[in-house]
Design a protein around this ligand. Structure first.
Ligand code: FES
Length: 105
């Protein structure tokens, strides 16, 4: 179970273990991370699970696919090169210690 760290815009960090196979939106909502709502349940239709993957981790998470990228065009917060919809990132052992940043908006 990798430990994931969500860094909030106010400087707080919430860390939680996420079961292998769950996506990071599910991990965030289980850990009550503010700003990650996951309104569509992870079916890629709401974009309320937007995060910025820490620069040092983007090689391991990979970038957004085509459908995810289209949804990222409608996010409220500014889109960055490291933007991902966290419902599309699956917890794996390779992501132990992953840091993601939660947008302020
Ligand atoms: Fe809706 Fe990720 S939870 S797009």
């Amino acid at each position: 179970m990798p430990t994931i760290h969500w860094k909030l815009a106010d400087g707080q960090t919430i860390s939680a273990d996420v079961m292998l196979g769950l996506n990071l939106m599910q991990g965030a909502t289980n850990a009550a991370v503010p700003g990650i709502d996951g309104e569509c349940g992870g079916c890629l239709s709401c974009a309320t699970c937007h995060v910025y993957v820490d620069d040092s981790w983007i090689d391991r998470t990979g970038s957004a696919g085509d459908n995810e990228s289209a949804m990222l065009d409608i996010v409220t917060a500014p889109r960055k090169a490291t933007s991902r919809l966290s419902c599309q990132i699956t917890a794996s052992a390779a992501l132990e210690g992953l840091v993601v940043h939660v947008p302020a908006q």
